[in-house]
Design a protein around this ligand. Structure first.
Ligand code: GTP
Ligand code: SPV
Ligand code: MN
Length: 620
C-alpha cells in the first residue's frame, strides 16, 4: 500500500459513464482509487456526485435489498428505517487503532499497532473484500466548502448506507472533489463492510464482518475501516477524520479538533455569545445544542451537536466551526418534553437506525412518548410488547438528518470564518461528587478539569453501561495522539490566546447528579438554560459567585432553581462537596497521570496538588 501506485487497466466496469472520474479530478485521487479497486476487486466503481438523484437511486436499491424500510410518508416523508446486524450497533473501541510510528505518540489511552504490521493485516483483509459489490468513491468536505478552516477527504466504501449517510453528514460530492488541487492535503479514508459475495450469492440486509478494524495512520493522515457499517465506525468523515486525524493535524498546526457541540446564545439584552461544550458520548451534546431555555428572555440556537474545530483567528480570538453538515443523534430519550427541537428536525428526510417500527409505518423509541403504541416491531424485527422485558429501540439507536432541517439552526452555523467562542464547558455523567456547575479558576484549572473528566459509560460504544471511566476532554476514544500531549497543546493554545486577549472562560457542568434514592437531582434539558445563563452572566461580569475547592459556584440567589421545581435540599445536594471523596478521586487521577510516563504537563500536576491542598483545608 506504500509507494507509487500501479495503474490498473482491468477494473471490470458495468457502466462506463458512471465509472469515469469527473473531469479535472486530481490524478493522486484517481491513482489511489485505482489502487484500492485493484486491492478489493469490486464489480463496479461509482464516483459519487452528491446529487439528490444519486441518493434516491441508492435508497431504492437499499429498499429492494431489505437494507432500508420505507416509512409511511403520511407520517414521516422520505424517511427510512435501517436495522443493523445485532452485532454491529456501536463503536468498537477495542478494535480502534492509532498506528503512529512511535508507540508513545499514541499514548496509553489508545490501542497502538505497529504501522507495517497493521498495513499487512489490512492488506490481507481488504484483498478481494468488495467482490460482487460496488465501490463508491465519496469526496467530502468537513466544514463549509472553501472555508480556510475546512478540510477535504475522499472515502471509498462498498456500503450504499454509508454513501447516503455521508451525503447527509458532510458536504459530499463533486464540489468537494473540486476542492482538491495538486497541492491540496486530502485524507484518504478506505472503508469496506468486509462481506465479499461470490457469484450468485445472495446479499444480506446489513452486511458486515465479525472481524473489525478501525485503523488510523496519523503521520500519513490515512484511515482504514473494515467490517462495520455502523456510524462512528463507518462514516469516516466523523470520528475518524474530524477527531482522530484532525486532532493530529491541529496539534501540528496550532488548532483544536474536539468532541464538542457549538451553540449561539442571545441574552435578554440582545447580546450574542457562542459556547463550545464537550460531554462524552451519549451525555447530552445534541440535547444541549438544541436547548429550549425555560428561563425567560434567553434564546439558544444550534451550530453543531458533536464536533467542533477551534482555531485562533486572525483577530486573536478563538474561532470555531462545526465541520459536519448533519446530526447522527441518539434516539432514545428524544421526545417533545426533552428535546422538541430534535423531534421537529426529524419530521422527514431522515434515516433511522435500530429504532422500533409502529404498525402505521412510523417509528418509535423509548422516551418519544410516555407510553409505547400497540403493535410495535422492535429493532431486531420481532413483535414487541412492554412485557418483552427489553427495550423496543436499541439504546444506541440513532437518527441521521441534515443540520439545515433543524428549526433552531443558527444563521452563522456555516459561516466560513467560524464563530468567536466566549465560554467552554466540560461535562460528564456523574451520579456523585461533580457539582451542577462550577467555573474554573483560570485556563490551567480549566484544562485540568477537562483532563480529569470521568463519566459513566453509555451505550454509544461496546462495554458495560454505567461503569465509571476516565474520559479526558470527552476525547478518550477520539484523540489521535498522546492524550497528555493534548493537554499540553491546550495549555499552549491558551497561552497564545492570552497574548491576543482571546481566552474564553472555562466551566464544568453535571446534569446527572443523583440523590441517595437514585433520582435525578436536577431536571435537566430546558432547565439547563438557567445554568447556561449563569455561565454567560459570569462571562459578562454580572453574576455573583462564591469560591469553593472545586472552583467558583453560583452565589445564593444567582440561579432561580425554585422556578425549575428544585427544592432547597436538592439544590444543596447538587453542590455538596465531600472532601474525602474528592481526595480519593485525586488519588485516582494521580494513578491515571502515572500511566503517561512523565508526559503529563507540570501545570496539570500543579493543579492536582492545589486541588488536594484546597480539599485538605476544607476537611480540616
Ligand atoms: P453522542 O451523539 O453519542 O456524542 O451523544 P450526545 O452527547 O449528543 O448525547 P445526547 O444529547 O444524544 O443525549 C444522550 C442521552 O442523554 C439521551 O437519552 C438524552 O435524553 C439524555 N440527556 C440529555 N440531556 C440530559 C439532561 O439534561 N438530563 C438528563 N437526565 N438526561 C439527559
Ligand atoms: C459518539 O459515540 O460519540 C457518537 C456516535 O457521536 S458515533 O458516530 O458512533 O461516534
Ligand atoms: Mn459523539
Amino acid at each position: 500500500l506504500d509507494g507509487v501506485p500501479e495503474v490498473v487497466d482491468q477494473i471490470p466496469l458495468h457502466d462506463a459513464t458512471w465509472a469515469l472520474p469527473p473531469e479535472g479530478t486530481d490524478p493522486r485521487v484517481i491513482a489511489w482509487v485505482e489502487k484500492m479497486a485493484h486491492l478489493t476487486t469490486p464489480d463496479t466503481v461509482v464516483w459519487c456526485d452528491g446529487s439528490r438523484r444519486e441518493a434516491d437511486e441508492l435508497i431504492r436499491g437499499m429498499i429492494d435489498q431489505g437494507t432500508l424500510i420505507r416509512l409511511n410518508a403520511d407520517h414521516r416523508p422520505y424517511s427510512f428505517l435501517a436495522r443493523s446486524n445485532p452485532d454491529d450497533v456501536a463503536r468498537v473501541e477495542s478494535r480502534t487503532f492509532i498506528c503512529s510510528a512511535d508507540e508513545a505518540d499514541a499514548g496509553p489511552t489508545n490501542n497502538w499497532a505497529e504501522p507495517a504490521q497493521m498495513r499487512s493485516e489490512l492488506e490481507d483483509v481488504f484483498a478481494g473484500s468488495m467482490a460482487g459489490r460496488t465501490m463508491y468513491v465519496v469526496p467530502f468536505s468537513m466544514g463549509p466548502l472553501g472555508s480556510p478552516l475546512a478540510r477535504v477527504g475522499v472515502q471509498i466504501t462498498d456500503s450504499p448506507y454509508v454513501v447516503v449517510s455521508m451525503g447527509i453528514m458532510t458536504r459530499m460530492g463533486h464540489e468537494a472533489l473540486a476542492q482538491i488541487h495538486p497541492d491540496t492535503e486530502w485524507v484518504p479514508a478506505m472503508h469496506s463492510v468486509g462481506a465479499p459475495l461470490s457469484p450468485g450469492e445472495p446479499d444480506v440486509a446489513w452486511p458486515c464482518n465479525a472481524t473489525k478494524y478501525i485503523s488510523h495512520f496519523p503521520e500519513t493522515r490515512e484511515i482504514w475501516s473494515f467490517g462495520s457499517g455502523y456510524g462512528g465506525n463507518a462514516l469516516l468523515g466523523k470520528k475518524s477524520f474530524s477527531l482522530r486525524i484532525a486532532s493530529v493535524i491541529g496539534r501540528d498546526e496550532g488548532w483544536l479538533a474536539e468532541h464538542m457541540l457549538l451553540l449561539k446564545v442571545t441574552n435578554p439584552k440582545g447580546r450574542v455569545f457562542h459556547v463550545a461544550a464537550a460531554f462524552p458520548s451519549a451525555c447530552g451534546k445534541t440535547n444541549f445544542a438544541m436547548l429550549k431555555p425555560t428561563i425567560p428572555g434567553w434564546t439558544v440556537e444550534t451550530i453543531g451537536d458533536d464536533i467542533a474545530w477551534l482555531a485562533p483567528g486572525p483577530d486573536g480570538k478563538l474561532r470555531a466551526i462545526n465541520p459536519e453538515a448533519g446530526f447522527f443523534g441518539v434516539a432514545p430519550g428524544t421526545g417533545m418534553s426533552t428535546n422538541s427541537t430534535a423531534v421537529e428536525t426529524i419530521w422527514g428526510n431522515t434515516i433511522f437506525t435500530n429504532v422500533a417500527l409502529r404498525p402505521d409505518g412510523d417509528v418509535w423509541w423509548e422516551g418519544l412518548t410516555d407510553t409505547p403504541p400497540d403493535g410495535l416491531v422492535d429493532w431486531t424485527g420481532r413483535h414487541w410488547t412492554p412485557l418483552s422485558g427489553v427495550p423496543a429501540a436499541h439504546p444506541n439507536s440513532r437518527f441521521t438528518v441534515a443540520a439545515s432541517q433543524c428549526p433552531t439552526i443558527s444563521d452563522d452555523w456555516d459561516d466560513p470564518r467560524g464563530v468567536v467562542i466566549d465560554a467552554i464547558i466540560f461535562g460528564g455523567r456523574r451520579a456523585t461528587n461533580v457539582p451542577l456547575v462550577a467555573e474554573a479558576r483560570g485556563w490551567e484549572h480549566g484544562v485540568f478539569i477537562g483532563a480529569t473528566i470521568s463519566s459513566e459509560r453509555t451505550a454509544a460504544a461496546e462495554g458495560i453501561v454505567g461503569e465509571l471511566r476516565r474520559d479526558p476532554f470527552a476525547m478518550l476514544p477520539f484523540c489521535g495522539y498522546n492524550m497528555a500531549d493534548h493537554w499540553q497543546h491546550w495549555l499552549d493554545v491558551g497561552e497564545g490566546l492570552r497574548k491576543t486577549g482571546g481566552v474564553p472562560r472555562i466551566f464544568q457542568v453535571n446534569w446527572f447528579r443523583k440523590g441517595d434514592d437514585g433520582r435525578w437531582l436536577w431536571p435537566g434539558f430546558g432547565e439547563n438554560g438557567r445554568v447556561l445563563a449563569w455561565i454567560l452572566e459570569r462571562v459578562e461580569g454580572t453574576a455573583a459567585a462564591v469560591e469553593s475547592p472545586v472552583g467558583w459556584l453560583p452565589a445564593p440567589g444567582a440561579i432561580d432553581y425554585a422556578a425549575a421545581g428544585v427544592p432547597d435540599a436538592d439544590w444543596a445536594e447538587l453542590f455538596a462537596i465531600n472532601p474525602a471523596a474528592h481526595l480519593a478521586e485525586a488519588d485516582d487521577a494521580e494513578k491515571f497521570f502515572g500511566t503517561f510516563e512523565g508526559r503529563v504537563p507540570a501545570a496539570i500536576i500543579d493543579q492536582l496538588d492545589e486541588l488536594r491542598a484546597r480539599m485538605r483545608a476544607a476537611q480540616a
